[in-house]
Design a binder for this molecule. Structure first.
Ligand code: NAD
Ligand code: UDP
Length: 310
């Protein structure tokens, strides 16, 4: 049994991660400021004696006894992280600084949830970890993209300067049950709109691509990365290399829900990446990891979840 801190543990990926770590026999400390996280997503764990909830903002320092830290805290959907961009930057930079100080003090291993957004609007396709990216430093996505890039820098510098045991995962678009139906991401929007018979909002012409990874696969990759015995610190891409257009995703959701919703084309937000697909060779070689959940199975579970709450 390990004492494991999960920041952002009440968030979408965080709650799945907490549950899996708990089921594997660990003591899990979920830390969250409930900016985008929801108490209902961790309610089932609250009575477990091996689960602890701490309401805290990682922008403020904290001392917690722990052996491993998963730093997931940060709003992830564009409407959420653009709502208070200054706070997003603080969470990304001051937050990871506080968590790195904690890891250093506790001698803990820290895994950080970075993102495919560090590649920006990529000029290399598919994206390998060696690609430095094409990021606008002054746009509306920059608070998140540059915040995550600065966080990676801090992680590497703590590792080089203080020998802190770090892991960096670059997460590509992830979906599944317990997503916030109002988070504005394409999967949640499409499914909710299809279920309610509302127009499906397609930004731009829908030809932009994403690669969607089911949350169980992602959590499995994160845990493998944390516990790998090869001294592999990353960064490592974790995502599903099966690439599709936004339009194709919307059509799949329409078919699977049997919805009569129409497509409604809206302006493409600025700096919206044109394509995105992870090269997961490193994850395959170093972690023996690759996604196993097919998009149809993952979407079916996600649709069931959204139906159950609407
Ligand atoms: P989410 O918004 O559902 O969860 C984030 C959690 O962090 C929430 O519970 C929120 O309340 C909490 N939080 C935010 N700021 C905080 C702060 N200052 N202090 C304490 N808690 C704070 O997002 P998610 O989809 O679960 O993403 C989790 C992590 O994975 C994030 O770091 C995100 O950047 C990264 N990521 C996610 C995706 C994805 O597709 N979901 C893709 C790339 C990277
Ligand atoms: N998108 C869309 N309709 C929506 C929400 C998003 O067409 O209702 C598009 C968005 O412009 C982007 C893609 O879907 O091109 C993925 O958006 P999401 O917010 O899910 O993730 P990210 O842009 O961070 O990859």
């Amino acid at each position: 049994m390990k004492r494991i801190l999960v920041t952002g543990g009440a968030g979408f990926i965080g709650n799945h991660l907490c549950r899996r770590l708990l089921n594997e026999g660990n003591y899990v400390i979920c830390l969250d400021n409930f900016f985008t996280g929801l108490k209902q997503h961790i309610e089932d764990m609250l009575d477990n004696p091996n689960f602890e909830l701490i309401e805290h903002d990682i922008v403020e320092p904290i001392d917690i006894e722990c052996e491993q830290i998963y730093n997931m805290a940060c709003p992830a959907s564009p409407p959420h992280y653009q709502y208070d961009p200054v706070k997003t930057m603080k969470t990304s930079v001051l937050g990871i600084l506080n968590m790195l100080e904690l890891a250093k003090k506790q001698g803990a291993t820290i895994l950080h949830a970075s993102t495919s957004e560090v590649y920006g609007n990529p000029l290399v396709h598919p994206q390998q970890e060696s690609y430095w990216g094409n990021v606008n430093p002054i746009g509306i996505r920059s608070c998140y993209d540059e915040g995550k890039r600065a966080a990676e820098t801090l992680l590497m510098d703590y590792h080089r300067q203080y020998g802190t045991d770090i892991r960096i995962i670059r997460i590509f678009n992830t979906y599944g049950p317990n997503m916030d139906p109002k988070d504005g991401r394409v999967v949640s929007n499409c499914i909710m709109q299809a279920i309610k018979g509302e127009d499906i909002t397609i930004y731009g012409d829908g030809s932009q691509t994403r690669s969607f990874c089911y949350v169980d696969d992602l959590v499995d990759g994160a845990i493998r990365m944390m516990n790998n015995d090869k001294g592999f610190i990353g960064p490592v891409n974790l995502g599903n290399p099966s690439e599709r257009t936004v339009l194709n995703l919307a059509q799949m959701v329409l078919e699977m829900t049997g919805s009569n919703s129409k497509l409604s084309f809206m302006p493409l937000p600025s700096d919206d990446p044109v394509k995105r697909k992870p090269d997961i060779t490193k994850a395959q070689q170093m972690l023996g990891w690759e996604p196993v959940v097919d998009i149809k199975d993952g979407l079916a579970k996600t649709i069931d979840y959204f139906k159950s709450i609407s």
